[in-house]
Design a protein around this ligand. Structure first.
Ligand SMILES: [Zn+2]
Length: 154
């Protein structure tokens, strides 16, 4: 499995999540696609960016999408899904003037975006049309992602 370390703002590990990279039925193999340390509280991935960002921060659905936005130069945190959004996450993002939310273009992604936009007046959903952040990047590089930001800010 891919090990995904969650680091604090000084780079110290808080927890590790695991993603199975096999293309198979995870349930039949007695694990989930993602696997978390038992009883670990929901956390923001890449929380150091909350401290490094200016007035704008990006929020992705999932860790790997966060890695992509970080790679193209955006301060970004990731959350593994709408159900893991916590009141304390709202407090962590409440100081930003602009919060861009990158839910996947599916029902779970819509719920993810809606939940954060309900909690934060500064939040805007980014309308990914056919693919999530990672797939959009794989298909067209940074450009379609940066264009979507421009469109949304007009
Ligand atoms: Zn598996």
């Amino acid at each position: 499995m891919l090990a995904i370390p969650y680091l604090d703002r000084l780079g110290k590990p808080l927890t590790i999540r695991f993603r199975c990279l096999e293309d198979h039925d995870h349930r039949a193999a007695f694990h989930g696609k993602y696997n978390t340390v038992k009883d670990d509280p929901p956390r923001m991935y890449g929380v150091a960016d909350v401290h490094q960002a200016g007035d704008t921060i990006d929020v992705t659905e999932g860790e790997l999408d966060r890695i992509v936005l970080k790679k193209i130069g955006l301060h970004t945190v990731g959350l593994p899904g709408a159900s893991l959004w916590q009141p304390r996450h709202r407090r962590m993002l409440a100081g930003f003037n602009r919060v861009r939310v990158w839910g996947d273009p599916d029902d779970a992604g819509s719920e993810f975006t809606a939940r954060i936009c309900r909690a934060l007046r500064s939040a805007r959903g980014m309308r990914l049309r056919d693919a999530d952040v990672s797939d959009t990047y794989m298909q067209g590089g940074a450009q379609p992602l940066l264009e979507l930001i421009k469109e949304t800010e007009q």
